[in-house]
Design a protein around this ligand. Structure first.
Ligand SMILES: Nc1ncnc2c1ncn2[C@@H]1O[C@H](COP(=O)(O)OP(=O)(O)OP(=O)(O)O)[C@@H](O)[C@H]1O
Ligand SMILES: [Mg+2]
Length: 449
């Protein structure tokens, strides 16, 4: 599938970033209009108003002393504007300092101008004031300070507004990209955990952008994997079924041959054993595939201690052939709700593994305990254990350690079946290496109330 020509995510990103820039420009304009223009306005008003004429009049009537008093009186000059009256040397009557460049400019172009200049010509940048004795003064109004960002409070307000714009835009971006990505991540993790029926939420898969396309691809992939798994299960089930009947006929023929004493006893025993193993393997495949399709059939209230005791009693003979001791310690009243046959087969698979891997003459320990909500069963042997990187993988179907690959007594389904069984009961099964040696398998089941 070719990607869309203009990326929708790109368009959204561009939209949000554009909105952020527009927000900042707007803030700048508002600040300029509200702050700077007000400052400028009062300066311009003062310049264009009658202030110069008033100064000329004060000078004419009361001389420089009156002019100095007038110019320093509060309220004469509007706020934000500075008034300079400069004599021929460029000194301000009030003693205020003026930047040198301004002073030079005024001296050169105002105070030293031709004699025909009249007292106060408002058109000029710095009109002349001429005293009764003919001394010339330059009348100069300057803005005190143009600060487009205004006072510290204005800056704080602007910064706060900018932060709000950033927060809103970042929130939009997170909402657009963050949430759907997290939801996709959840769905992919669920799929990776084997919950193959998981699909991405409609809110993501119905989006028109690339994230929506990705979500639909993930869904399509999950459907395809589900279909493949389904057909694999079906194949296994059908094959096992098909193998069962010829196997049963073989067993019957063998029994007949034995009755006619047509086979030497050693060959008969060997063939019987191999057929039995085949039967067992086919049974495992059938059980496993059935568990995948329909996890739990019956629900009974069971005493875990009793279940373990019968299991141990049944396996004791097998254990005795290798001089193993099965040591069971179980608390009283460990009740669990479940399918007795399934639970038994799950526990049996774990115990049989322990018996198979325990060194001759050692102990295999079974412990069952419980707290308010959970029952825990541990099965521990003193064998060689499992390499750490395989502790999780041994629960996958057909995974066997290289050391057991030549041992044809197993199919590699025992722990996979056990995991299905305990998970179907709302529990779990994990393995860890015990100290100083051996494997400890831990089963957790919800306690019945
Ligand atoms: N107690 C144990 N000590 C050491 N390795 C173990 C133990 N239990 C299981 N394993 C390893 O995990 C592998 C998978 O175990 P699983 O029970 O699934 O299969 P299996 O025992 O080989 O065959 P099956 O149980 O189907 O007859 C085993 O082949 C073995 O290598
Ligand atoms: Mg096994």
């Amino acid at each position: 599938m070719t990607p869309p020509r203009i990326s929708r995510l790109y368009l959204r990103m561009a939209l949000y970033i554009g909105a952020a820039i527009a927000g900042f420009v707007l803030l700048g304009l508002v600040s300029l209009v509200l702050v700077a223009s007000r400052q400028l306005e009062s300066y311009l008003q003062a310049r264009e108003g009658a202030l110069g004429q008033e100064a000329a009049q004060v000078l004419a009537e009361g001389g420089t002393t009156a002019l100095r008093r007038w110019m320093t009186a509060p309220g004469t000059v509007p706020e934000g504007v500075a008034l300079y009256v400069l004599d021929a040397e460029g000194r301000d009557l009030d003693g205020k300092t003026l930047p040198v460049s301004y002073r030079r400019f005024v001296q050169r172009f105002v105070l030293a101008a031709g004699d025909d200049a009249a007292n106060f010509e408002p058109i000029r940048l710095a009109p002349l004031l001429i005293d009764a004795d003919g001394s010339r003064y330059a009348f100069l109004l300057l803005p005190e300070r143009i600060a487009p960002w205004g006072s510290a409070a204005t800056v704080a307000v602007l910064l706060a507004a900018a932060l709000i714009v950033i927060a809103v835009v970042a929130g939009l971006i997170a909402h657009t990209f963050g949430r759907p990505i997290t939801e996709l991540q959840f769905a992919v993790r669920a799929l990776a955990d084997g919950r193959i029926e998981t699909r991405t939420p409609a809110a993501v898969s119905q989006r028109a952008d690339e994230l929506g396309v990705l979500a639909r691809d993930v869904d399509a992939m999950a459907t395809q994997i589900g279909r493949l798994l389904g057909s694999r299960q079906q194949l296994m089930r059908d094959m096992s079924h098909e193998l069962r009947s010829p196997l049963a006929r073989l067993q019957a023929a063998l029994a007949l041959a034995d009755r006619k004493q047509a086979l030497p006893a050693a060959e008969y025993a060997r063939i019987t054993m191999e057929l039995e193993r085949m039967n067992q393997a086919i049974g495992d495949v059938l059980r496993f595939t059935r568990l995948e399709a329909e996890p739990m059939r019956a629900k009974h209230l069971l005493r875990l201690g009793e279940l373990l005791a019968t299991l141990v009693a049944d396996e004791r003979d097998e254990a005795a052939t290798r001089d193993l001791r099965l040591v069971l310690s179980a608390d009283d009243r460990l009740d669990v709700v479940g399918d007795p046959q399934l639970l038994r087969s799950g526990l049996e698979n774990v115990l049989r593994n322990a018996i198979r891997h325990a060194p001759t003459g050692s102990d295999v320990l079974l412990e069952a305990s419980g707290d308010d909500t959970t029952l825990t069963v541990t099965v521990e042997d003193r064998g060689v254990g499992v390499p750490p990187e395989m502790l999780e993988r041994i629960f996958e179907p057909y995974v066997r350690l290289a050391t057991d690959a030549n041992d044809n007594r197993g199919t590699g389904l025992g722990l996979a079946i056990a995991r299905r069984v305990f998970e179907a009961h709302g529990g779990s099964i994990t393995a860890e290496n015990a100290l100083p040696c051996g494997l400890r398998v831990r089963i957790r089941l919800p306690r019945a109330c």
